[in-house]
Design a protein around this ligand. Structure first.
Ligand code: NAP
Length: 230
């Protein structure tokens, strides 16, 4: 049985990923910072709720200890929790506003990965999926045909560029673990006020692919629902 832990799984892409992976037969652990939302999602999906705020070292440590006690190991870690932060003209953007976004989207992934590594290393086929974005991809943000080229979001885009590079670095550092990044594509969720044209099912195709593709596939990749981006 594949055991999969997903951060920010109480709604949006995380919730849909959890739903689809339960359907695939995974034992899914719903990571969420709001206990009521996490319990409700877990109950609806036939999963187990694990409290986690990715900005809080003690909360992340407690989540890893909880999983250690109950499951003893995980096979797939999906770092999905993310925030958008300030959008538009950055004339008044502050360092603290940027740090808040980086704290969730980059440092949060580092905290969770570090805490869950010992549990992943007990798996026969450990996998990490980092939910990044085309908004952090230079080529996509420069391509006039892509929605990513029409958005100004310095904190969010730079956090996702950092996350894609972090993925590449982890892949090099951990040859025994497949560590890949997914670009969901512009998807209707609370993050963007439901403006994205894709459904959450379309938006989770790349994440589910990376979480289920099995041994023999590459590491350090950046993948969207059409395939490898880089
Ligand atoms: N939607 C898109 O078009 C799109 C495109 C590319 C990439 N992405 C990425 O996909 C991921 C999921 O986003 P989404 O669109 O599904 O957005 P969403 O519906 O707003 O969900 C974000 C999730 O992250 C959780 N979260 C935020 N801060 C957290 C923290 N400190 N600790 C734990 N959980 C936290 C939220 O929990 P609460 O409910 O408690 O706030 C929520 O469960 C993000 O990484 C996002 O950047 C989205």
């Amino acid at each position: 049985m594949t055991i999969t832990f997903i951060t920010g799984a109480n709604k949006g892409l995380g919730y849909e990923t959890a739903r689809r992976l339960v359907e695939h037969g995974h034992t899914v652990l719903i990571g969420a910072r709001d206990p009521r939302a996490g319990e409700t999602a877990a109950e609806q999906l036939g999963a187990r709720f694990v409290p986690i705020d990715v900005t809080d070292d003690a909360s992340v440590a407690a989540a890893a200890a909880d999983v250690e006690r109950h499951e003893g190991a995980i096979d797939v870690l999906i770092n999905n929790a993310g925030v958008q932060g300030p959008m538009g003209d950055p004339s008044g953007l502050t360092g603290d506003e940027v740090l808040d976004v980086l704290n969730v989207n980059v440092a949060g992934v580092v905290r969770v990965t570090t805490a869950f590594l010992p549990l992943l290393r007990r798996s026969a086929d450990p996998v990490v999926v980092n939910v990044s974005s085309g908004m952090g991809d230079l080529a996509a943000t420069r391509d006039p045909a892509r929605a990513e080229s029409r958005v100004i979001a310095p904190a969010y885009t730079s956090s996702k560029a950092a996350l894609t590079m972090l993925t590449s670095q982890y892949a090099k550092a951990f040859p025994g673990i497949r560590v890949n990044a997914a670009d969901p594509g512009y998807t209707a969720t609370d993050l963007n006020g439901h403006t994205g044209p894709q459904t959450v099912t379309e938006g989770t195709d790349a994440i589910v692919q990376l979480a289920t593709e099995g041994p023999g596939h590459g590491t350090g990749r950046f993948v969207d629902r059409r395939g490898d981006v880089g």
